[in-house]
Design a protein around this ligand. Sequence first.
Ligand SMILES: Cc1cc2nc3c(=O)[nH]c(=O)nc-3n(C[C@H](O)[C@H](O)[C@H](O)COP(=O)(O)OP(=O)(O)OC[C@H]3O[C@@H](n4cnc5c(N)ncnc54)[C@H](O)[C@@H]3O)c2cc1C
Length: 385
Amino acid sequence: MIVVGGGPVGSSVASLVAGFMRTLVLEEHAEIGAPVQCAGLVSPRVVAMTGTDDTVLNRISGGVVHFPNGVSIELNGKEPKAVVVDRRAFDFKCYEKALDSGAEFILGAKYCSFSKNADSVSIESRVEKNTRILHAKLLVGADGYKSCVGRDAGIGKPRDSVRGIQVDIDRRLDDQNRVHVYLGLKLAPGFFAWVIPCGHFTRVGLCVSTGHDAPSRYLPPFLEKVGLADAERLNSISGIIPIGPPSSTYADRVMVVGDAAAQAKPLSGGGLYTGMVASQCAARTAIEAYEANDFSIRMLSKYQERWKSEIGKELDKGYRIRKVFLRLNDNKINDIGRMIDRQDVLDILSQGDIDYPSMLAPSILRCLPSLLKFSPQILGSLLGR
Ligand SMILES: Cc1cc2nc3c(=O)[nH]c(=O)nc-3n(C[C@H](O)[C@H](O)[C@H](O)COP(=O)(O)OP(=O)(O)OC[C@H]3O[C@@H](n4cnc5c(N)ncnc54)[C@H](O)[C@@H]3O)c2cc1C
C-alpha cells in the first residue's frame, strides 16, 4: 500500500496497516511536521488515541465566548475538556509510531500522478529532480486539503472551506485554564477568532470563510483588540480548512482520508480527532481488502460506510448548523448571546464534548425553543421533527 502524505492522518493509517502489508508513505517535505498549519487544540481522547501525551503544552477546562457587542459568556468545566499540543512534535510522534510498526517513509518525495493497471496502481513520484514509478495494490490519499490523489481519482472537492492565520505571541496569560473565542463579522466573518493559553506563550488566530478579505487583513485589528499587538511574535502560520466531505471518499483502489476527504468538524475546524477516526476506518478496510485480494470500489465503499457511522452524523449536523451561522449578522449573533446567557443553557454548554459539538443542539433547542426562529427548517431538523 502507498500512502501519500506523512501528516498525522497518513502516519496513523500507515501504523495500523504496516503489520499486515508492506506500507510506504510518500511525504513531499524533507521534515515531518513542518510547516505547522494548526492551533493544536484537541480533546484528551486524541492524545490517548495517538500516545502523544508528551506533546501536550497545556490543559484547558473552560472557555469564554465573546459576542460582537462586547458581552461574554463563560463556560467552566470541572475536568480538562481540551489540551493544546505542540503540533510539530505531535506529527513526529505519529511518524515514529508508524516507523515502529514497520511502515517505510520516503521524505522529500512528491506524489505527481497515478494510473491504474489490471491489478495495481502505478504512482509517479519525484524526489528532487528524479522521477520514480512505484507500484501498489492500494493508494491512500492523506495529502491534506489540496489532495492531488483525490483530484486524480475523480473524487469531488470539499463543499466549503475557511482560510486561517495564527501567530504565537511571547506573552504568558494569567488565566491558563480557558480558551477565548471571539465572534463577529468585523473580526472573523464566517468563522471565529481565538486566544489560546499555551504556558509561556499565547496562540492567537482566526479563520474567515470564502468570499471575504484574506485572514491577514483581520489579524492586526484582532491583536489590537486583545491587547497583544505590541508583543513579540514567535512565529506565524496560515492554512486552509476544508469543510463538508465530497459525496464519495473512495474509488477503485483509492481511499482519501483526513483533510483530503474534508473530514474536519464544520463548527470548530478541528480535523485531528475526525481524521484519526477515519484513519482507523481506512486501515480496517485496507486490511480486509488485502486479505480478500479485492481492492474494488465495492470493497472500499466499506471505508465510507464505517467513517460515516462513526463521525458522519456529527459532520452533517455541524455542516447544517454552520449554514445557519453563515446567515447571521452581528445583531443576530448578539441576540443569541443574550438568549443563551442563562444558567440552564450554560450548564448544557459546559458539558459539551469538543469532538461532538452538535450533540448539544437538541438539548439546547428544547431548553430554548425561541432559537428555532433563526432557521425553523434547519434547526427544527436537528430536533428530529
Ligand atoms: C489555522 C488552522 C488551525 C487549525 N487548528 C486545529 C485545531 O486546533 N485542532 C484540530 O484538530 N485541527 C486543527 N486544524 C486542522 C488540522 O490542522 C487538520 O485537520 C489536520 O492537519 C489534518 O491532518 P492530515 O494528516 O489529514 O493533513 P495534513 O496535516 O495537511 O497532512 C498532509 C500531508 O500531506 C503532504 N502532502 C501534500 N501533498 C503531497 C504530495 N503531492 N506528495 C507528498 N506529500 C504530500 C503534506 O506535506 C502534509 O505533510 C487547523 C487548521 C488550520 C489551517
